[in-house]
Design a protein. Sequence first.
Lengths: 240, 303
Amino acid sequence: MFLEIKNLKVESNGKKILKGVNLEIKKGDVQVLLGSNASGKSTLCHAILGNPKYKITSGQIFFQGKDITNFTPEKRVRLGLALSFQSPPAIKGVKTSKLLNKISVIKNSKLKGLEQIFNKHLLKRDVNLDFSGGEKKMSELIQILVLNPKLVIFDEVDSGLDLKKIRSVAEMIKKELIDKKISVLLVTHSGSILNFLKPNITNVMVSGKIVCRDKNYKKVLKTIKKYGYEKCKKCPFLAD
Amino acid sequence: MVMKNARNVHFWQIDNKVKNILKVNGVTLLTSPEAWEKFNWTRKYFSKRPKQGYFIWIKNQVNFPLFSCVSIAHKNISQKLQNLLIVEKGLKVSLQGSCNSLKKTLNGKHKANGKIILKQGSSLKYNHIHTWGEKDIVEPEYEFILEKNSKLDYTYKTLFTPKKLKINNSFNLSAGASCDIKMIANCVGTEMNIKDVLILKGKGSSGIINLRLVSGKKSKVLAHSQVIADSESKGHLDCQGLLTDKKSNISLIPELVCKNKLAQITHEASIGKISQEQLNYLRTRGLTEKQATNLIINGFLET
């Protein structure tokens, strides 16, 4: 198994958010994690990357067979994990091009070519400062590509974008990651991006637990659209 | 920072000896003691007979930057410079000044007293870079005199601070003169005391002072900036500090003194700490905590 999460419990500021999450992702998988707002999706994303804000109280995270539960974020990134933030912070005074150069040195990756995907004008601007929603997503994506990852988690990559933008982001994820057999976990509450990217496994999170795991994303989406996430709680085919 | 190609340095002093002075057409370049002897009129600008320092008198347009470099290379050296720079009417020039210690633990003392005079309509872009050792004591004191319609763009930057750093600057602006001042310091184990005074004497003069001060590793930073508006003029103070550890402190004192009802003078001041959110974000980009901290600090100093 590429990424394996076992009975993960996480809290932040003393509040229990994840209450025993189990998740498995294979190499080349395109999985989606659906869930309502405040269900714990972003917490799971940050816990996988080791954000110190989120405290793992029990459970384990394995990546490529290694127990990374206590690894620093940078160590996890160097192993090949990457996270695209839903709301990345602005960093005043630090040019996007400077950050990309730093990442490329750390990961020994190439910038050439990737810079062409990105609006050159944005490279000269401070990281995420006054970026529009679309610009932030593109900035996150280019940083992810420079990280040369093995598994990428996209936290709400489709939020705040119009359909045209979602399509172009999805096309890039497909071309640069999925077609190259890089594993992808799409985390979304709206599921808009699934019109363009077809996941092979769909997970549903409710109240800090993954309660559904199904191969048919259309079926799951249809159920959620019709009955809402609360219906998943009562589903007879609960994941655990 | 040592000048990479010392042969291009127009005034070069190591310890208490002048190593080299380059000739430049249209510029008189001497040591200050020589200028005192040769030009009687310079005596009104020196507070007393100078023992060392540079005298740069720019009389014709120079289309390349002039470089000055004053270094401490040996232990327990004490420098007492008196510098005088004069830019004649209407000229546009650029100066790169570097003062430094070549090693971290030389216990050097660098005291510089200077006057910079911009004659009517002239313009000076001056980058003043300091690099010191952790046991040095440094005290620069400069008076900038901006005559009518002259323009100054002054950046003072020290990324390697000494044990003690005391800066005293005054900027005296005549009618229509303008200045943009940036004082940048990344204090590490430093006691820093900085005072800047911007005097808007002439009608239509304008100036801004930007302070970007980082205080870390038991540093104590005290910055007092003052704008005095004597006439119808515009001035602004932008003082920002960043604290990077619990044992350091920063005191920012912006002061506005208005003596003319048509003047517009404003200030802003803030002291913050390194954002945990930014730090965690950069760590998810593969940077270690130290690399991320340095990137954020450098970013702050660039704003």
